[in-house]
Design a protein around this ligand. Structure first.
Ligand code: FAQ
Length: 337
């Protein structure tokens, strides 16, 4: 169902008309032309209010995902099996924090402050990716997150590098480079387990069994049930549909599992010679919506941990502000001399 403004101009115009009836038609036309010509919309450019709101929604959810996404892996920093693994894990988690910062900055360019965004998250009003509400029970889960979760994130984010909003698209370019390292270290860690002792191989298989379906859910609801896709694709915020990206991820990952000698937990998974893609079983959408709506295994714990980290970090923020104010005052005094 993937289409673009150029292919479906009437639909794109219908969305546009809905956006804001009071908007200036000349500005609107310039915006549409720029988007259709693959130009980037920048923070100071005029944009329809609905376009701005859609970006705030998606980029903030993405930022929160990176921010909450540190927690499941953070659970294993003190128990990593070697110093090398610990160093890799620490640096990966630090990268995820960095990703959330680039993304919060991208949302700030749309006129929403970081404090507002974090308040919404801490008060349970904001969404973040369902995947981070699953527990990390064994070390193999850290490997599975790198391989599958970062793998799924890359498929989605490579596509978002072509997003029509400049700051988001540029953040994606840098994030993808880092995620690609994350995915490779996860696959390598999984390979060590899959080629290890029978217990290690069992641990790797158990981890794949638990993370496979939630990873497929990361791509969001099926296209037919995705209320935002049509408009976001018309505006070139999203460049590929949820189902198309999910299929891409399945096609890419199944051979990787075969190479590891692991079995995908899906009896319906089968290569379709006609389509050239893997057919796969039905996703449990009931589980997906339960997790999205706050009832996953770890939703409450994740929010509690974020709130607690925020409260414990208050003195650091206060100290940084006091230092910045002192520096500014010194600069002012020096300028007045
Ligand atoms: N979880 O109409 P659509 C990472 C919501 S980063 C929770 O299809 P849309 C790095 C959706 O927000 C992972 N909610 O929505 C890492 C919407 O709710 P709303 C995050 C979900 O926006 C790795 C409603 O359902 N990546 O992993 C989910 O067009 C390892 C209807 O859905 C991004 O955020 C879900 N899985 O498409 C970090 C990528 N799916 O707002 C640490 C950017 C859907 O209407 C360790 N985002 N919903 O109330 C996107 O590409 C899109 O926003 C989608 C959803 C594809 C996620």
């Amino acid at each position: 169902m993937a289409y673009t403004i150029a292919e479906k101009p009437e639909e794109a115009r219908a969305f546009a008309a809905e956006t804001d009836r009071n908007e200036d038609p000349a500005k609107r036309a310039a915006f549409d032309t720029k988007v259709a010509a693959e130009g980037k919309i920048e923070p100071r450019d005029w944009m329809p209010e609905k376009y701005r709101k859609t970006l705030v929604r998606q980029i903030s959810q993405h930022a929160h995902s990176e921010y909450v996404g540190m927690l499941p892996e953070g659970n294993w920093v003190t128990r990593a099996p070697s110093l090398r693994r610990k160093a890799i894990l620490l640096s990966k988690i630090q990268d995820e924090a960095g990703h959330s910062l680039y993304l919060y900055s991208a949302v700030e360019t749309l006129g929403v402050s970081r404090d507002e965004l974090l308040d919404a998250l801490h008060e349970g009003r904001a969404k973040y990716s369902s995947i981070f509400n699953y527990p990390t029970l064994t070390w193999a889960d850290v490997a599975a997150i790198g391989w599958l979760v970062d793998g799924a994130a890359i498929v989605n984010q490579v596509s978002l590098q072509r997003c029509s909003y400049g700051p988001y698209s540029r953040a994606m370019v840098r994030i993808c480079k880092e995620e690609s390292f994350h995915q490779r270290q996860g696959y390598e860690a999984m390979m060590m387990l899959a080629q290890g002792t029978p217990e290690q191989k069992k641990m790797a298989q158990d981890s794949l069994n638990r993370w496979w379906w939630p990873s497929l859910m990361m791509f969001g609801p099926s296209d037919k049930d995705s209320p935002n896709s049509e408009q976001s694709m018309a505006w070139r915020i999203k460049r590929d549909s949820n189902d198309d990206l999910r299929q891409k991820f399945v096609d890419m990952t199944v051979p990787q599992a075969e190479y590891l000698g692991l079995k995908m937990p899906d009896p319906d998974l089968k290569f379709n010679e006609e389509t050239g893609h893997y057919d796969f079983g039905e996703i449990d959408w009931n589980e997906f919506w339960e997790v999205v709506n706050g009832n996953g295994i770890c939703n409450r714990e994740r929010l509690q941990d974020r709130r607690s980290a925020w409260d414990k970090g208050a003195w650091v923020r206060d100290a940084a502000m006091a230092h910045a104010e002192k520096k500014d005052a010194r600069k002012l005094a020096a300028a007045a001399e």
